[in-house]
Design a protein around this ligand. Sequence first.
Ligand code: HDL
Ligand code: ZN
Length: 415
Amino acid sequence: MNIRKEDVSKAVKKAIDEVQIIDLHTHIFDLRFKDLLLWGIDDLLTYHYLIAEVMRFSDMPYDEFWKMTKTEQANFIWKKLFIENSPISEAARGVVTVLKSVGLDPAIRDLESYRKFFASKKVDEYVDLVFKIAKIKYVIMTNDPFVEDERKIWIKNEKGDARFKSALRIDPLLVKWSSSYLKLKEWGYNVEEKLTEKTFSEIKRFLVDWIDRMNPVYMAASLPPEFKVPADTETALIIENAIIPVSYERNVPFAMMIGAKRLSNPQLKLAGDSVGKADINTIEYMARMYPHNKFLITMLSKENQHELVVAARKFRNIHIFGCWWFLNNPSVVDEITRERMEMLGLSFTPQHSDARVLDQLIYKWDHSKKVIEKVLTDKYSDILEDGWTVTDDEIKRDVEKLFGGEFEEFLKRKF
Ligand code: HDL
Ligand code: ZN
């Protein structure tokens, strides 16, 4: 039955509290991948976001930090970001949210007792617990065949976990061709550095082999701010001559994650990447030139967001997703989600977690759901103000679309 204006907020909260989430992009792994799956307090504390943040409170030489053990790094981060300073940054707040959500008391601030709790957990039970708390239907992993530790597991062809779907991540193919072509040769693909027709067809064979092995939901690559197509670059030529045809033929969308400036500060290692504004003309060119291909797009620069929404309005074969990385902060998630809803309605996916540590699924979704709930409540209130009506079931339907349902519809469409 129709919701009264004064009950909208409660109805939206209930729907968002209960929705089973499809998480489009993560860096977590199912149990086949053993230690590649990070979890527990020390992995949470040594998240690269917190490493970048802790170094701002210290003049410790970078290599001294890197020489510390994970426990020593975690102790240092705990002391600096949680004890000597209040944990008000999004990544620090996230650790507090996880502690509370798994039943620990953040107020006692007793790192050793937290360690004891996590040490008592069996990883398979803890995966179940985190998925239950965070209400995750399934996650999509980031699976890179160029990472030897990962490749050797895929080659074994063991049975996976249906809650962990795969994404074929191909950055090295696109942004490091001068070294990656040697790996392909080693693996039996008859490529040469020069991008000949033969090399393109062997790159396509490599992609098809890994699509058959991984059954990925999509192929993905993180691309720099200067990424351009068309262009006489290896990146652009491999995309147009290999990725695009295979993506269409195998109905595996191509996800472009654009704007990461790798190793801006190399001394921070994984924490050293920054951001740059990219060229929206490239996105529009690809969607226009390849109208039968499907593109998942997320961009890292806040300055790209408004034009990305406009591009998505023009091209139905673009599905935008997530408030990625440096955008995954409440103030920015609020702004971006509002402009997306105002221009796209429900035809996009507001968030992905990008979780690198299993437990982060809890906080990244808890924090994002709170923001999305506020925005969606305002949007329903606006239309009710104008005399529209909405029922509980319709709110539940709309929320399911936003948390992965529309993404699954996009995957089924044939343009
Ligand atoms: O390239 C990516 O998928 C990024 O998400 C990087 O992994 C980055 O280090 C990250 O974890 N961002 O949240
Ligand atoms: Zn990521």
